[in-house]
Design a protein around this ligand. Structure first.
Ligand code: PMM
Length: 278
């Protein structure tokens, strides 16, 4: 029973017409639409982590995300906050978020795990080796799956030491984070080993560059449009579900929901479901 986490990015390039009111209203409306489409969790983020992205001041980040978190939580949605900042994580939980999604696994802000521990929120720990601005410089591995497992295991231990029990933890292999092209396929192939680590597993392939590279073949990946990336996302999300993922993080919730439904029907059982239960 794999859950769909719908992405609600509140960055200037996502909804903006420049006006704050429109940004909040549009982001909330988008989140509610994703929930209608079958998203069990809404992941609200105010800082882009795309390759080459620059950091955003936590005060600006909070100005973007907190009103959206507050409204979505008030509407009854299960909200996660996508942040690498302790102050944003805590403020978002106070505003109603119940999951803190840190792509850096608590490494970027050394205060995040201890700050989140007493809130009782669940925590997503992503595999990460450094800021987006130069993350490809760190994409050197001996055996990538073994290395990712070991480094994620260390983050789970760090969370436990901070007071966050493994039952509250979700691990994420961090597709695209400090990983180039084919390395991402190696990591995806290793999901069954990742589920063996213990905590629930979240996988995010949505619209990522490695999918476009695969579809483009010898052509330019920039020519692979969003519809093709979303189809590739839905297929890879089903495969992640089959490999044991607890949840998949996607932009196009409807496509992935349909793909998961087809897979579930094929299985002939209720193992996979896109229901809203946590
Ligand atoms: N990827 C992005 C942002 N947040 N969170 C988790 N847990 N896992 C991911 O793979 C992940 C994430 C970058 O993608 P986006 O900028 O398209 O949201």
């Amino acid at each position: 029973m794999t859950l769909v986490m719908g992405i609600v990015n509140v960055t200037p390039d996502s909804f903006s017409d420049g006006g704050r009111f429109f940004d909040v209203e549009a982001a909330v409306a988008h989140g509610l639409a994703l929930r209608e489409q079958g998203a069990a969790i809404l992941d609200v983020g105010g800082e882009s982590t795309r390759p080459g992205a620059q950091r955003v001041d936590p005060a600006v980040e909070q100005q973007r995300v907190l009103p959206v978190v507050r409204e979505l939580a008030a509407a009854g949605a299960l909200v996660s906050i996508d942040t690498m900042n302790a102050s944003t994580a805590v403020a978002a939980v106070e505003a109603g978020a119940r999951i803190v999604n840190d792509v850096s696994g608590g490494l970027s802000d050394p205060d995040l795990l201890t700050a989140v521990a007493p809130t009782g929120a669940d925590v997503v720990l992503g595999h990460w080796r450094g800021p987006s601005a130069d993350m490809y410089a760190r994409a050197e591995y001996d055996d990538i799956v073994t290395d990712v497992l070991r480094e994620l295991g260390q983050r789970v231990e760090a969370a436990a030491a901070a007071g966050i029990a493994p039952a509250r933890v979700v691990v994420d292999p961090g597709i695209g984070f400090g990983k180039k092209g084919a390395q991402n396929w190696d990591v995806l192939r290793g999901i069954p080993r990742l589920t063996g680590l213990g905590p629930r597993v979240l996988v995010g392939t949505s619209r990522k560059r490695f999918l476009a590279d695969a579809l483009a073949g010898d052509a330019d990946a920039a020519e692979v449009d969003q519809a093709r990336r979303d189809l590739a996302t839905a297929v890879s999300s089903v495969l992640a579900a089959q490999a044991g993922a607890w949840a998949v993080r996607v932009h196009d919730v409807a496509a992935t929901r349909d793909a998961l439904t087809v897979a579930r029907m094929w299985e002939g059982d209720r193992r996979w479901s896109t229901t809203r239960s946590h």
